[in-house]
Design a protein around this ligand. Structure first.
Ligand code: CA
Length: 222
């Protein structure tokens, strides 16, 4: 899952990004309203963390512009202001959730998990596909209850596929949602990652849909 953090406080931006990266997300960062607006309008994020008070352009204006442009990714806003009217304005601008500063990082991580699972139609933070369970709270992956050890790349891939299970995911979608802007997009590494992941899962959960991409699904009974 690929996230955008828009926060002008450099320390806070760094803390948010490193906590999110440790939790298995790919994170792009912006430090002012113009840059944040541009990235959110042009890149396909799974969720955005948006500070309300930003230089050049404030959070509410950015959010309004994204929603008017049809950008529907979940947005968690950060607000230093504890006035109820700011929260109402943020929700009316298209926010999905908010956290008031100062906050505990664990709360932000939990809210991001909730936004991502709601946006993809899941009710629990344990994502299940047949014998496969991905616990998004701690990044643990099991098959029939047995732990599977994955690299961070492999974890990102299985987490994206299981959030979108049953749907065919193209290679370009995987690249857009699993890598940051600097990734070499002509690379064929996705095939290699899928191959390794299949081997580690030890069963046929990831189907190749010829010419279209990959689909994670419960294997059909034979
Ligand atoms: Ca700020």
């Amino acid at each position: 899952m690929r996230l955008l953090v828009v926060e002008d406080d450099k320390d806070l931006n760094r803390q948010l990004c490193s906590a999110l990266e440790d939790a298995g997300y790919v994170v792009d960062r912006a430090f002012d309203g113009e840059e944040g607006h541009f990235l959110g309008e042009t890149e396909p994020y799974d969720a955005v963390i948006l500070d309300m008070g930003l230089p050049q352009r404030d959070g509410a204006s950015i959010l309004n512009a994204w929603r008017e442009a049809g950008r529907s990714m979940p947005v968690l806003i950060l607000t230093a202001r504890d006035r109820w009217s700011d929260k109402v304005n943020a929700f009316d601008s298209g926010a999905d959730d908010y956290v008031t500063k100062p906050f505990h990082m664990e709360e932000v991580l939990a809210r991001v998990r909730a936004l991502l699972r709601r946006a993809t139609g899941h009710a629990s933070s344990d994502l299940v596909c047949g014998p496969l369970v991905v616990d998004t709270r701690n990044g643990r992956v099991t098959i029939n209850g047995n732990p599977v050890r994955l690299t961070s790349h492999e974890y990102r891939l299985i987490a994206y596929l299981i959030h979108h299970q049953g749907r065919v995911i193209s290679r370009s979608e995987i690249i857009e949602h699993l890598y940051d802007q600097d990734f070499d997009r002509d690379s064929n590494t996705i095939e290699v990652f899928v191959g390794r992941l299949r081997k580690k899962l030890g069963m046929d959960l990831i189907e190749t849909v010829r010419g279209l991409g990959y689909r994670l699904d419960v294997p059909e009974a034979s």
